[in-house]
Design a binder for this molecule. Sequence first.
Ligand code: GDP
Length: 200
Amino acid sequence: MRYLWKFLTAASEVRQFPPATVPEIAFLGRSNVGKSSVINSLLGEKVAKTSSTPGRTRTINFFSVRRPGSSQSDVIFADLPGYGYAKLPREVTVEWPRFIDPYLTDRRSLALCVCLVDINVPPQSRDRQLVEFLKAAGREFLLVGTKADRLSNQQLRAAVEGLKNEFQAERLLPFSAKTGAGREELWKEIRSVAERKVEP
Ligand code: GDP
């Protein structure tokens, strides 16, 4: 099934967030992890910009997503700024405390954080910090390992186990925007979250 999407807004302040009316999925990851490619793969179109300059998106970009035939959005996708780009220390000192931490901590409709980690590289401290932050905030998260097509099946199994262990997570879903691996599984997770009600 092809989902329909609409760009809602790009927010760099809490007051610019759209109304919290439907369940929301946040996409998080280090710059260049393949976040735009994951979102584009899910929605089947070039929605998120795949950027050649790491760390350029400095806003949370909100997209309304709905099934064909639905009169309103079923779920909102929130594309968060890529983090961990060393040349931009501003992101940690200024932008995260100003609107990203409050988003992750307080956003009522935030139902699932999709945490993207590159399955080809060893665990990164910024990813670990994020996972710790989400656990402390009591947020539901799903680890997704990007660029899985670059590994053999055997390497993939080892990488999944290693990352799960490192992040003390029960699951890690391998994903490839290139081959479509993991796409249906991720949609299944998103659909199950989308069925929830947002408390008024
Ligand atoms: P973002 O900065 O996190 O949004 O990452 P992008 O989606 O722009 O991707 C960063 C780089 O990784 C680009 O060169 C992509 O072509 C590459 N990439 C993204 N997804 C995949 C994938 O599934 N497989 C492979 N092999 N490369 C990927």
